[in-house]
Design a protein around this ligand. Structure first.
Ligand SMILES: Cc1cc2nc3c(=O)[nH]c(=O)nc-3n(C[C@H](O)[C@H](O)[C@H](O)COP(=O)(O)OP(=O)(O)OC[C@H]3O[C@@H](n4cnc5c(N)ncnc54)[C@H](O)[C@@H]3O)c2cc1C
Length: 446
């Protein structure tokens, strides 16, 4: 059998090109704080929040307040990928936060409209997508497309930079308390994304990391000529590539027996209805099993040739199949990692890329409303509303136990958005409640 390995050249796309923007809409005079009441509050303006706001716009729901900690739609997503030097998306052209089924521009249409600005490699990928093959999307195109969605659906004027602290559901509305404003809404959609996974307490006893040890999303340049990278996913692949390009020797610690290469973040069947149906057709413990099996770290195929070559040349040393037991500072501020098998790996710096954990609503909603079980919220499967708070729904990674491992990806947001926005629009029109009636817990103490 011939296996096709796409080349590393696909990972390089120019970043920071100047894309034409829609003529600016007349800026409405805006109060420094949002209105005190709104039909819908969206918490988080990442790709998920953008998808929800765009879809609601098409449903005619325009009375929206979006709160985002950073204030810029998709700001955290682009900060993270740019920090890693990631130039292309892992997901294909079909995965985008725009709206399907309405008269709107999809990501592939957008790329074709800007054909003259694409490189020959990028144009070939567009043709691949048109022919129904897997394609690689430049980050630059994706960012310009997100800006286009913000402009066409008037999202910037509805977005406030503020951190939400409490979401308090009552019988007929929900109060959202942020640092600088409080808004009462008829529906709330939580789109807070994922936080980085912290190191286990046993590694250094908790608290601040030892000197020389940082996380993948910190703006701290790695020190010295020898760098340790911990983690088996795409983030590690970027960190390793950057360190090798800077002439460093890299030690890569992978807990699994070997690294895994695959096109998409999760097995592609989970992006299709039959994959989602598989999750939906089994009980809780089987779902946990599927999530554990398929929500595992992997790396895009395009990295494979360069990582294998670096290993063969001794510039990259891979420590496979050994878990870390402790991390400490060594002499001269070096980082020293001890592995379960007794080995010791040290470097001038160590970067931890241990993955991310979904924000479930814990800390925002009252604990009894989240109904957390094994780290997942209890949701209505049809509308993604919280079982104990039917006016609050979720789009993003936290919907994993309903939509499967792809819930955290841009395509998962599209599927979740279709359910959530449709249910909210029907409820606001008075056609139907957004979720099933709240279970007993909702009234209690909320
Ligand atoms: C490096 C990297 C690369 C990735 N590449 C891809 C890819 O190519 N394709 C793909 O499909 N997926 C990719 N993913 C997965 C990716 O995280 C999601 O697709 C996407 O970013 C998730 O969008 P989101 O809106 O759920 O979360 P985020 O993008 O994290 O947005 C959530 C927003 O909510 C804000 N927020 C959170 N809590 C509050 C609060 N209390 N108050 C106010 N604001 C709040 C955050 O500040 C943030 O701005 C990648 C992830 C990472 C980390």
């Amino acid at each position: 059998m011939t296996s096709f390995i796409p080349g590393p050249h696909l990972l390089d796309s120019p970043r920071g090109r100047d894309w034409p923007r829609l003529p600016a809409a007349p800026a409405p005079g805006r109060e420094p704080v949002p209105p005190r009441r709104a039909d819908v509050v969206i918490v988080g303006a990442g790709p998920a929040g953008l998808a929800v706001a765009s879809a609601l716009w098409h449903h005619g729901v325009r009375d929206i307040v979006v709160f985002d900690r950073g204030g810029k739609p998709c700001g955290r997503f682009f900060d993270r990928v740019d920090l890693l030097g990631q130039r292309v998306l892992r997901s294909p052209y079909e995965h985008h936060p725009g709206v399907e089924g309405y008269r709107d521009c999809e990501l592939l249409d957008f790329a074709r409209l800007h054909w003259g600005r694409l490189t020959p490699v990028e144009r070939r990928e567009v043709r691949m997508s048109q022919a129904g093959h897997r394609s690689v999307v430049p980050l630059d195109v994706f960012e310009a497309y997100c800006d286009h969605l913000v402009d066409t659906h008037r999202i910037a004027e509805k977005t406030w930079r503020d951190t939400v602290r409490d979401v308090l559901p009552a019988a007929t509305d929900v109060t959202v308390r942020a640092d600088r404003a409080t808004v009462t809404a008829r529906h709330v959609v939580l789109c807070p994304g994922e936080e980085r996974r912290e190191a286990p307490v046993e590694w250094w006893g908790g608290g601040a990391a030892p000197p020389g040890v940082t996380y993948w999303d910190e703006r701290v340049p790695p020190l010295g000529g020898r760098q340790v990278v911990v983690g088996a996913g795409l983030t590690s692949a970027h960190l390793i590539t950057n360190a090798l390009a800077a002439g460093r020797e890299v030690h890569w610690v992978v807990r699994e027996p070997g690294e895994r290469y695959q096109c998409a973040d999760v097995n592609s069947k989970f992006f299709r209805p039959e994959g989602r149906a598989r999750i939906g057709s089994v009980g809780w413990s089987d779902r946990l099993g599927l999530m554990a099996e398929f929500r595992r770290a992997s790396i895009m195929f395009e990295f494979r040739p360069q990582l294998e070559r670096a290993e063969a040349e001794g510039r990259l040393v891979v420590h496979r199949g050994d878990a870390i037991t402790s991390v400490a500072a060594g002499a001269g501020g070096t980082a020293v990692l001890r592995l379960a098998g007794g080995r010791r790996v040290s470097g001038d710096s160590a970067v931890l890329a241990l993955g991310t954990t979904p924000e479930t609503g814990r800390g925002l909603l009252p604990e009894e409303v989240v109904g957390e079980r094994d780290g997942w919220p209890e949701l209505d499967e049809r509308t993604l509303t919280y079982a104990y708070a039917p006016l609050v729904s979720v789009v993003g990674a936290a919907a994993g136990m309903v939509l499967g491992p792809a819930a955290r990806n841009i395509d998962g947001h599209r599927v979740a958005t279709a359910r959530v926005a449709g249910a909210i629009a029907r409820s606001l029109r008075g056609d139907a409640p957004a979720g099933t009636p709240a279970r007993a817990k909702v009234g209690a103490g909320v």
